[in-house]
Write a protein that binds this ligand. Structure first.
Ligand code: ADP
Ligand code: MG
Length: 427
């Protein structure tokens, strides 16, 4: 008897949901990203019980037609790409076409949506992948998405949710990742009828101030300096905190082409640029926005799209580090390498290591003639110590010793360039 069968869509969606929707925060991310892709200029997020009971996202974007509204909940249904080729020219936040299918598999979803050109909108209700009702409705242009009782049919998942306080923190973290890259879009975040964030449209710096600045207190962004560099490979803009403003819990954000990303390797570039300027266990805050050609990054290596692969990671590392260093130097925030002010130069690890290597080389140069004499004398059976063959042999030895020290020379040269160009040391 055959035992293999295809799983029903509702089960397949629930399995897929495990990857995409882990907690209310992932649901919020997907919904708000959809609103941004829909070209919204105003997005309201309304949350009840940290997203356990209700997660509502209202936008004034392009809305959906009646058929699209129904299609949107199918797995791999998307309006954003049509071929694998498009994966490498992405300018939208979503593209996998699985968020809505995943959400409706594990929650009770109600959506109202209307396109500008339509007079009447569509209301659609889906509980655990099952369409409960679909009917015309009166609603404003845009989409109003309600996700109620998340994980109502996956009790294990629901049980694993953390306290409301933790889940709310997760929601806000996810919200920051988005609002910091879309300063032109207005956002509101309401939790249990309390407005937690009201963000007007503005510049990136104003947005950072609005999110992290304390009302009435010192300017938060006053503690930052600008970073800007433009190369063929990448353009980098952003703000970095002054070393003296570094704290234990710093705000550290990377964004690429309008998307938040985690990048431990680029974080290392920043930390290297700051080395020697931070006291104790403090960390600098930074908000760095990368702009690269979409075909030089791969966004599709992780379901939540927060890990991104760059084609030229090492080059960008160098560019980023140099840019941060330059900004810190420009604002006199780090001792610059000025050879006319030797006494003021901070003896960093890099310089020390280079001096060590130079000292090894000097020792070898001093030892070279001694070495040669030793070797020449050492050949006990070798009688004539002058004349042509002696010269030939001594020349050979000198050459061999030079060859032996070649690696050392090379390292010293690369160290010197590293110091002058602020590049990191290998080994
Ligand atoms: P993806 O975003 O990867 O395309 P989703 O499952 O998140 O997949 O959404 C499916 C489709 O539904 C989107 O491609 C888009 O066309 C439509 N859609 C989703 N949310 C909205 C919205 N808020 N406004 C307009 N269209 C939307
Ligand atoms: Mg999406």
């Amino acid at each position: 008897m055959d035992i293999i069968h295809l799983l029903p869509d509702s089960v397949a969606n629930q399995i897929a949901a495990g990857e995409v929707i882990q907690r209310p925060a992932s649901c919020l991310k997907e919904l708000v990203e959809n609103s941004l892709d829909a070209g919204a200029s105003r997005i309201q997020v309304i949350v009840r019980d940290a997203g356990r009971t209700l997660l509502q996202v209202i936008d004034d974007g392009c809305g959906m037609s009646e058929t699209d509204a129904r299609m949107a909940f199918e797995r791999h249904a998307t309006s954003k790409i049509s071929s694998a080729q498009d994966l490498f020219a992405l300018r939208t936040m979503g593209f996998r076409g699985e968020a809505l299918a995943s959400i409706c598999a594990v929650a009770q979803v109600e959506v109202q949506t209307r396109k500008k050109e339509d007079e009447i909108g569509t209301l659609l209700e889906i509980h655990g992948s099952e369409v409960i009702r679909q009917e015309p409705c009166q609603c404003p242009v845009g989409t109003n998405f309600k996700v109620k009782n998340l994980f109502f049919n996956v009790p294990v998942r629901r049980k694993f949710l953390k306290t409301d306080q933790t889940e709310l923190r997760n929601l806000l973290t996810e919200f920051y990742h988005i609002v910091l890259v879309y300063p032109k879009v207005q956002f509101t975040f309401v939790h249990n009828d309390e407005i937690l964030l009201e963000l007007p449209s503005g510049t990136e710096k104003q947005r950072i101030e609005a999110v992290f600045g304390k009302s009435g207190g010192k300017s938060y962004t006053g503690q930052f300096v600008d970073v800007a560099t433009d190369t063929e490979l990448v353009s980098i803009r952003g703000f970095i905190g002054k070393p003296e403003a570094a704290t234990k819990n710093a705000q550290q954000y990377f964004f690429v082409n309008g998307r938040y990303m985690r990048h431990p390797y680029f974080h290392k570039a920043i930390m290297t640029a700051y080395s020697g300027t931070l006291s104790g266990e403090t960390n600098p805050s930074y908000f760095i926005y990368f702009d690269v050609a979409p075909e030089t990054i791969d966004v599709n290596i992780h379901p939540t799209k927060t890990e991104i692969k760059f084609q030229d990671e090492q080059m960008i590392f160098q560019i980023l580090m140099a840019a941060v260093r330059e900004s810190l130097g420009k604002f006199n925030l780090t001792p610059s390498l000025d050879f006319n002010r030797e006494g003021e130069i901070e003896m960093g690890i890099v310089t020390k290591r280079c001096l060590n290597r130079m000292w090894s080389l000097i020792r070898i140069i001093i030892l070279l003639p001694v070495l040669r004499r030793q070797v020449c004398r050492g050949g006990r059976n070798y009688i004539p110590r002058s004349g042509k063959s002696f010269m030939r042999r001594s020349r050979r030895i000198r050459l061999r010793t030079l060859l032996l020290t070649r690696r050392l020379w090379k390292r010293i040269l690369s160290d010197m360039t590293n110091i002058l160009c602020f590049r990191p040391m290998r080994g």
